[in-house]
Ligand binder design. Structure first.
Ligand code: AP5
Length: 216
């Protein structure tokens, strides 16, 4: 099998980050995530791109989309240096999807379905390691010691945009902008819809099967 080129889609909290980590490990490919790239560069100066705000921070903390020009440039650069990859968090609207078509072909498109109420529980209960970014949940995926990362001993924190008001806004932004992207890819040969409400292991089994079926 050549290195697979994969896209993972789904609403905020569907498990894209959790499952992308499994995919990247299993297939030894790059995990390209616009959310992490933007979080690492929240205060970069984007004023020369004629944007409403001068940095990504204000968009992200409200749960709004960062302007396309910023995100397209991040993905273009990351794809240029990747052989196989799993792309997570992009495209988030139809203009980004069109842009991606000019950058690369895709072997499989994995779309995670999860209900809105479950997404709110997952996101408001999520905790992330401030050092290594590992994901936990106050109920579904607790660390061995409360507040401490099992992997690296770092502090577990709540993301600013995981408070309830930004979570609800992120879900509305998804319905308006990103749900049409999922419809857009529905006819692609490699499109696979996956029940994201199963346990993480069950979701992973479905994803792995879909990759084996669609990658060369
Ligand atoms: P981003 O970081 O991409 O956030 P998101 O899409 O909102 O996705 P999340 O990371 O919140 O959720 P996830 O699906 O990865 O779920 P996870 O695996 O963590 O984007 C953040 C912001 O950046 C955006 O709001 C925007 O401002 C900006 N941005 C990013 N990309 C952009 C773009 N292309 N254009 C413009 N702006 C952009 O799981 C969630 C929780 O559930 C965890 O606690 C986990 O442990 C738990 N969990 C996972 N799977 C299961 C399961 N099967 N059962 C029970 N619990 C589970």
């Amino acid at each position: 099998m050549s290195q697979p080129r994969l896209l993972i889609l789904g609403p905020p909290g569907a498990g894209k980050g959790t499952q992308s980590a499994n995919i990247a490990d299993e297939y030894d490919i790059a995990h390209i995530t616009t959310g992490d790239a933007l979080r690492a560069n929240k205060d970069m100066d984007i004023s020369d791109m004629d944007t409403e705000y001068d940095t990504p921070r204000a968009y992200m903390e409200a749960g709004d989309l960062v302007p396309d020009a910023v995100v397209n440039a991040i993905v273009d650069e990351a794809l240029n240096s990747a052989d196989g990859f799993v792309l997570d968090g992009y495209p988030r609207n139809l203009d980004q999807a069109k842009e991606l078509e000019g950058m690369t072909d895709l072997d499989a498109i994995l779309s995670l379905d999860v209900s809105r109420e479950e997404l709110i529980d997952r996101l408001t209960g999520r905790r992330v390691c401030d050092d290594c970014g590992a994901n936990y949940h106050v109920e579904f995926n607790q660390p061995d010691t409360a507040g401490i990362c099992d992997d690296c001993g770092g502090d577990l924190i709540q993301r600013e945009d995981d408070n309830e008001a930004p979570v609800r806004n992120r879900l509305d932004v998804f319905d308006e902008n990103t749900a049409p992207v999922i419809d857009h890819y529905g006819d692609h040969d490699g499109f696979v819809a996956i029940d994201g409400e199963q346990t993480p292991d069950e979701v992973w089994a479905d994803i792995d099967g879909a990759i084996v079926a669609h990658a060369d």
